[in-house]
Design a protein around this ligand. Structure first.
Ligand code: AMP
Length: 249
C-alpha cells in the first residue's frame, strides 16, 4: 500500500504569535517554524504502517516556500521514503492545497492520503475534506485509531460521548487527531540518512492548478486583553459583585 502524507510548515506551536502592526496578518519574520503537529502525527502513523509491512512506500508532500524542504526533510528523517515539494511564494488556501494534492494523487496513485485534521496557523480544518470531495474518495476524519488492511480501513474517531468506528473503502483520505499516536524524534543517523533521500520539486503551474486565493483576509487583530481579577473578602461581597457589577445573577 502506498501512502501520501501532507506536511505543512507552520509557526512552531511554542512560539507566542504576534499580530503585525498593520493588522494584515501575523509576524513570521525571524520566527521559529516547524512541521504542523497534526502532520507529525500523520507521518508517525504512516511510518508505523511502513514498519509493520502494511505500507510499502511513504511519500511526504509539502507546499509553499523554499523552506518547506526542511519540513519534508523532517518527515524523511522520521522514516518517509521520498518527498515532493510544490514550490510557490503565493499564499496557499485549503482549496488550492486540496487541488494540488488531487493532482499529485493522479500522478502517484496512493492508496491512502493522510493529513493533519487542521493546520495550527489557519485552523481551517478543510483540506482533507476538500481533497476527499475533489477525488470522490471516502474520508475518515479526526482519527484516533487506524486499522488498515487491503481494500479497507477502520477509522476510530472521538465523538461526544464515546468512540465512533467507521469502516471506509480504500482509496481513502484520513485526517489525524491528537491521540492517534506520539510522534518519534528523528535520530541523528536518520537525520543524516534523510539528506540523501530524494525530494522532487514542481510548481503549481507544472500541475496546472490555479492557486489564486478565493478568500480575502479583512484584518487580523489581537484578542481583547483580559482585565485583572480582584479578591473578595466574603461570599456576600462576591454575590453582590456578581449581581450589581457583572450583572450575571
Ligand atoms: P487546514 O485545512 O489548513 O487546517 O489543514 C489541514 C491539513 O492539510 C494539514 O494538517 C496538512 O496535513 C494539510 N495541508 C494544509 N496546507 C498544506 C501545505 N501548504 N502543505 C502541505 N500540507 C498542507
Amino acid at each position: 500500500m502506498k501512502l501520501l502524507v501532507a506536511v505543512k510548515r507552520v509557526i512552531d506551536y511554542n512560539v507566542k504569535v504576534r499580530v503585525k502592526a498593520d493588522e494584515t496578518g501575523v509576524e513570521t519574520a525571524n520566527v521559529k517554524m516547524s512541521m504542523n503537529p497534526f502532520d507529525e502525527i500523520a507521518v508517525e502513523e504512516a511510518v508505523r504502517l511502513l514498519e509493520a509491512g502494511t505500507a510499502t512506500e511513504v511519500i511526504a508532500v509539502s507546499m509553499g516556500v523554499q523552506q518547506c524542504q526542511e519540513t519534508i526533510r523532517t518527515a524523511l528523517a522520521m522514516g518517509a521514503d521520498r518527498g515532493i515539494h510544490v514550490k510557490t511564494d503565493e499564499e496557499l488556501q485549503p482549496l488550492a492545497v486540496a487541488k494540488l494534492l488531487a493532482k499529485i494523487v493522479e500522478k502517484e496513485s496512493p492508496d491512502v492520503v493522510i493529513l493533519g485534521k487542521q493546520a495550527i496557523d489557519d485552523d481551517s480544518n478543510q483540506t482533507g475534506q476538500m481533497l476527499a470531495g475533489l477525488l470522490g474518495w471516502s474520508q475518515g476524519t479526526f482519527a484516533s485509531k487506524i486499522d488498515l488492511a487491503e481494500g479497507k480501513a477502520n477509522v476510530t474517531r472521538e465523538v461526544d460521548g464515546g468512540l465512533e468506528t467507521l469502516a471506509i473503502n480504500v482509496p481513502a483520505i484520513i485526517t489525524t487527531d491528537l491521540r492517534l499516536n506520539e510522534p518519534r524524534y528523528a535520530s541523528l543517523p536518520n537525520i543524516m540518512k534523510a539528506k540523501k533521500k530524494p525530494i522532487e520539486e514542481m510548481s503549481p503551474e507544472d500541475l496546472g492548478v490555479d492557486v489564486a486565493p478565493r478568500l480575502t483576509t479583512l484584518k487580523v487583530t489581537e484578542p481583547a486583553k483580559r482585565e485583572g481579577g480582584v479578591k473578595v473578602e466574603s461570599v456576600a461581597e462576591l454575590v453582590d459583585k456578581l449581581k450589581n457589577e457583572a450583572g450575571v445573577i
